[in-house]
Design a protein around this ligand. Structure first.
Ligand SMILES: NC(=O)c1ccc[n+]([C@@H]2O[C@H](COP(=O)([O-])OP(=O)(O)OC[C@H]3O[C@@H](n4cnc5c(N)ncnc54)[C@H](O)[C@@H]3O)[C@@H](O)[C@H]2O)c1
Length: 447
């Protein structure tokens, strides 16, 4: 990378933001907020265990997990909390005044189901990324959150770090001029790929098709509840736990919705993005059951506010931007490249680098106008208690989640789509609308 740097005129602006910026944030204390929140935690293992830690400074009144072992472990941390395996029973059992908020860290295909009852009861919600399993559910949850007027936050904790703040200031301060292109790529990729590719992309399994038969059910796992609204199938170890399920369309959406939540968050914030005008996929054909590990998708955004039209391209797996392939930018494993009229800006979670043209010496870094976050979970807890805004509330996270899912919708449809966001239609491809939502298993209804 040093030799590439010397070939170009890079501003000496590579800024490594310490890992502490992304460590689990401290629980807010000592601001005259004596009332503790009463929190229900749905999904206590995997990411849920970390999220539980982040609310232990409050009063955890309920714990729910389809895996009894995860509930038992969480009970040791949140003593006295009521325990459940079925969140529907949890919502039925809790009195209205018994809880103020819920934290949802279940699988992607149950996020909307676990979240909506809380919003309808006007309770605050922290939900892991991606907010929902599909576009229709994202719209339902966004609207329900707006109607409820409660504090919400999606679990995209990188947003709370200093690095994204500095990048947003540079972009919005005009450091690289008018931006017409953004490229976002990730080196890790879950999904349909060969065993060699899986190793190269940090995937933990390589699956080509739905397995025949079943595996022994882990003791204490309620598989029927785990499936929830998804079609029935026998338990098999290729689905459980995360990130194995991330790749199956019935349960997740592979890399695009998973890592897109963190990485596309940066241009979404910096460029004030909303719904794309068109979405064009590259790669395929799509597998009926498994999300791809490798593909790319180009979004076109109409001009909005101060910015002109923009093309944003997302790459995953073996697909990479041309400038990355040619080595004309530093070949970071994952990154976001903003291409402006006066230079380029490269960023990842913790660092950024200005790749400048001839006027590098005139550049003055803009003042730091975006205040530091008190921490992603702490922001939400503070918001629950005071009504202060959060940075990844569902009004922001919903459209981001929709845009990410639209990449997969275009990929599955196998053609460029024109998106009518208001009516949730593709005027040039009505047949692709089948991928905006899904049918629920008998007995399951959202809302
Ligand atoms: N923000 C981040 O950096 C980050 C990191 C990892 C995972 N995640 C997200 O967290 C979520 C969970 O991912 P994971 O990898 O931890 O998955 P996982 O399968 O390892 O864990 C999910 C937990 O939820 C439980 N669960 C599943 N379905 C449930 C249901 N219907 N009701 C109650 N409990 C249920 C499981 O038993 C398990 O304990 C996903 O949305 C994922 O994208 C976010």
């Amino acid at each position: 990378m040093a030799s590439q740097s010397s070939r170009r005129q890079f501003l000496n602006a590579t800024i490594a933001v310490g890992a502490s910026a992304f460590a689990a944030p401290a629980i807010l204390r000592g601001q005259g907020l004596n009332e503790k929140l009463h929190v229900g935690v749905i999904g206590c293992g995997g990411r849920g265990a970390g999220n539980l830690e982040s609310v232990l400074g409050e009063t955890v009144v309920a714990l729910c997990d389809v895996n009894r072992n995860a509930v038992d472990y969480a009970s040791g941390k949140a003593k006295g909390a009521k325990t459940f395996t079925d969140y529907r029973k949890m919502y039925d059992a809790l009195q209205v005044g018994e809880y103020d908020a819920v934290v949802v860290s279940t699988t992607e295909h149950t996020h909307a189901f676990a979240t909506l009852p809380a919003l309808q009861a006007k309770k605050h919600v922290y939900c892991e990324k991606p907010l929902t399993h599909n576009v229709r559910e994202a719209r339902i949850i966004t609207e329900a959150a707006k109607a409820a007027g409660v504090a919400t936050q999606m679990g995209t904790q990188i947003h709370a770090g200093d690095n994204y703040r500095r990048v947003v200031e540079l972009v919005q301060g005009g450091a690289i001029g008018a931006i017409s292109e953004v490229h976002v790529w990730v080196g890790r990729a879950w999904g349909l790929q060969s065993p060699d590719e899986a190793r190269a992309h940090g995937d933990i399994v390589s699956v080509q098709n739905r397995p025949e038969g079943s595996s022994p059910l882990p003791p204490n796992l309620d598989w029927d509840l785990w499936l929830g609204p998804a079609p029935e199938r026998p338990f098999h170890e290729v689905y459980f736990p995360g990130p194995k399920w991330y790749r199956w369309w019935d349960f997740g959406n592979g890399t695009m919705s998973d890592l897109g939540s963190h990485w596309i968050d940066l241009p979404f914030w910096a460029m004030n993005l909303d719904a794309p005008k068109t979405i064009e996929p590259f790669g395929g054909p799509a597998h009926p059951e498994l999300a791809p590990a490798s593909m790319h998708v180009k979004y076109e955004y109409a001009a909005r506010g101060d910015r002109g039209p923009l093309a944003l391209t997302w790459y995953q797996g073996t697909h990479k931007p041309d400038v990355w392939q040619k080595g004309t930018i530093p070949r970071w494993d994952s990154g976001v490249l903003f291409v402006g009229s006066a230079g380029q800006l490269l960023a990842d979670y913790g660092r950024h680098q200005l790749l400048f043209g001839p006027n590098v010496n005139d550049f003055k870094r803009p003042p730091q106008t975006i205040p530091p976050s008190i921490g992603h979970h702490a922001e939400w807890i503070h918001a629950c208690k005071t009504g202060a805004p959060t940075t990844c509330h569902f009004g922001y996270a919903g459209p981001l989640t929709e845009a990410n899912h639209l990449g997969n919708v275009a990929y599955r449809a196998g053609k460029k789509l024109e998106w009518d966001a208001v009516n949730m239609k593709f005027p040039n491809a009505p047949e692709a609308e089948q991928y905006l939502g899904r049918e629920y298993r008998k007995g399951w209804m959202l809302g």
